[in-house]
Ligand binder design. Structure first.
Ligand code: KIV
Ligand code: ZN
Length: 562
């Protein structure tokens, strides 16, 4: 090993034939939000009571059934907030609030006092159990630490009884679990369980925290598997994990720990918490969602959640934050845009789901943005690296244009040259402007001032039209015959010596909107006589013939100007 002199490889726990790597997660864990405690205590400016209240309501609406609301014995604000929740009957039915305490009598008494009148609650007690903490911070032996844990638990049992509180569960955290000798952690946890007494699984929680993430994520899972295979009271205990994110692996560590058997997860939205924070429940839960497992948490209004958390924490959610960031469903590269466009089409969806049984699977998108309230039309932004596929996708999705395939390269070129000059991403509205300026509103040497059909010949098969035009600044009155308004106009124009040489190369039309006053859109291309180059023009009008004539003049002007 090419060893660095400063650090040691974290000592693995002795699991033999570990099972967790082969386990497939079947259900989501019990979620406990610690935003209002672990998250809040690590904010440069802690939340005001009003912000905490709003946050609590949001957490309940997302679907959290367990919410740690504070450390009432350590802060008057937290005490008052807990009282407000209980006294004003704010806690929804089925939601248990949790309060944190240290294992000291006066703090326990104050904590129990804060819960007076609660319908359901959790008292959460923590004791640091690592040798590092015992020796360096507290100057205590393992025996002292165990005694403190057991005595603290007994004090809590007594205080709950004395206060006459009902439906109170107990949570014990051997703080720095992942830095604690695992057999000693099991010994303490069993002693604590014995002090609490016999109970149902949901009334006794052992929370095994990675208080500081010093190990690789797979070692956390190993520790959970080892713990659960030896700890005696598993059928009366909920095993909970609480991962901090010092090495950026809290989500991975938690997912692996769930495979190893953990029942419950503590964490925060977007990973607020001490230092690099706690595990991010948004990412974790949506990862589980993306594996086809119902999570019980509702993130369908991600915009509102981001705004509320940003408002409460004073910290922005990063643009690339998984699931929640502004840019995470945005493709800049042309090939990505093209693949997304194809993958989102109804045909591809059908293929993926019915033929290949792939569930929802789209190139470059790992979940459907709609699941979290994001929209398809915001998927693609345009910059100088975008291809025509993405550009046309926006024109179709946002503005309803359906330009013919042969026109796509010309649209791509027009947008590309604008983007190259701007050197920044282009918004969808700008794209619409570029499209209008490049293909619809073309000021050039030709304009159509008036058009009307004088007579229909041969039962409508041929028309004679009178057109007023301006060519190279001179107004002219022309007459033409053809099998429709476009061909009559083209014939009339071709009589003029100072017109460029051209032929009509392609014509297509569509309607926009479904009502009686739907707008007609025409796409016409002309082939320039001098070099055979093709130029598209677009016309929009309530009348399809007028739309077509406008498209002809737009195409002719482009041919004359380029
Ligand atoms: O990180 C931690 O260990 C904690 C405990 C209080 C559970 O937050
Ligand atoms: Zn923590």
């Amino acid at each position: 090993m090419n060893k660095h002199p400063k650090y040691e490889y974290p000592k693995p726990v002795p699991v033999k034939n570990r099972k967790w790597p082969d386990i497939r997660l079947k259900k989501a864990p019990i979620w406990c939000s610690v935003d209002l405690r672990d998250g809040n205590q690590a904010l440069p400016i802690p939340m005001t009571p009003e912000k905490k209240y709003k946050y609590f309501k949001m957490l309940a609406s997302i679907g959290f059934k367990e919410i740690e609301v504070g450390f009432p014995s350590a802060s008057q604000d937290d005490f008052d907030f807990t009282r407000k929740l209980i006294q004003e009957n704010i806690i929804p039915k089925g939601v248990r609030i949790s309060v944190l305490t240290q294992a000291r009598k006066h703090l326990i008494d104050r904590t129990v006092e804060s819960l007076a009148g609660v319908k359901e609650g959790i008292i959460h007690c923590y004791v640091a159990t690592s040798d590092l903490h015992g020796n360096i911070v507290f100057d205590k032996t393992r025996e002292d630490v165990k005694k403190m844990s057991v005595e603290g638990t007994k004090m809590i049992v007594k205080a709950i009884e004395k206060a006459g509180l009902k439906n109170i569960a107990y949570e014990f955290s051997p703080e720095e679990f992942t830095d604690t000798d695992i057999d000693f952690a099991i010994e303490i946890c069993e002693a604590v369980k014995e002090a609490w007494g016999k109970c149902e699984k949901h009334n006794f929680i052992l929370n095994l925290p990675a208080t500081v993430e010093r190990r690789p994520p797979y070692q956390y899972a190993d520790m959970i598997e080892y713990f659960m295979s030896r700890y005696k009271y598993l059928d009366e205990t909920t095993v909970s994990v609480h991962a901090h994110n010092d090495q950026g692996c809290a989500v991975a560590a938690t997912e692996m720990s769930l495979l190893a058997g953990a029942d419950r997860v503590e964490g925060t939205l977007f990973g607020h918490g001490e230092r690099t924070g706690n595990v991010d429940i948004v990412t974790l839960a949506l990862n589980i969602h993306s594996r086809g497992i119902k999570t019980g948490l509702d993130f369908s209004d991600m915009g509102m959640i981001v705004k509320t958390v940003e408002g409460a924490s004073g910290m922005p959610v990063h643009q690339r934050h998984p699931y929640a960031g502004e840019l995470v469903f945005t493709a800049f590269s042309g090939s990505h845009q093209d693949a997304i466009r194809k993958g989102l089409s109804a045909g591809s969806r059908k293929k993926a789901e019915e033929i290949f049984h792939l569930g929802w699977k789209v190139p470059y998108l790992h979940i459907d943005p709609a699941d979290i309230g994001r929209k398809y039309e915001r998927l693609i932004r345009i910059n100088s690296q975008s291809g025509k596929g993405g550009v046309v996708f926006i024109l179709e999705q946002d503005f309803g244009y359906r330009p013919p395939k042969e026109m796509h390269p010309e649209i791509g070129d027009a947008v590309q040259s604008y983007a190259d000059k701007k050197k920044k991403e282009i918004t969808s509205d700008e794209l619409n402007e570029i499209f209008k300026k490049s293909f619809i509103d073309i000021k050039g040497p030709y304009s159509l001032d008036d058009f009307h059909i004088v007579s229909e010949l041969n039962k409508g098969e041929t028309v004679r039209a009178k057109i007023s035009v301006t060519i190279n600044g001179a107004k002219r009155e022309l007459t033409g015959e053809g099998n429709g308004p476009v061909s009559a106009t083209v014939k009339a124009l071709k009589t003029q010596k100072d017109m460029i040489e051209f032929i009509i190369n392609d014509f297509s039309e569509q309607s926009m909107g479904q009502t009686a006053d739907a707008t007609a859109v025409a796409y016409v291309s002309v082939k320039r006589g001098s070099d055979g180059k093709i130029f598209y023009g677009v016309g929009i009008h309530s009348n399809i013939e007028q739309a077509a004539l406008r498209a002809v003049f737009a195409a002719l002007n482009r041919a004359a100007l380029n």
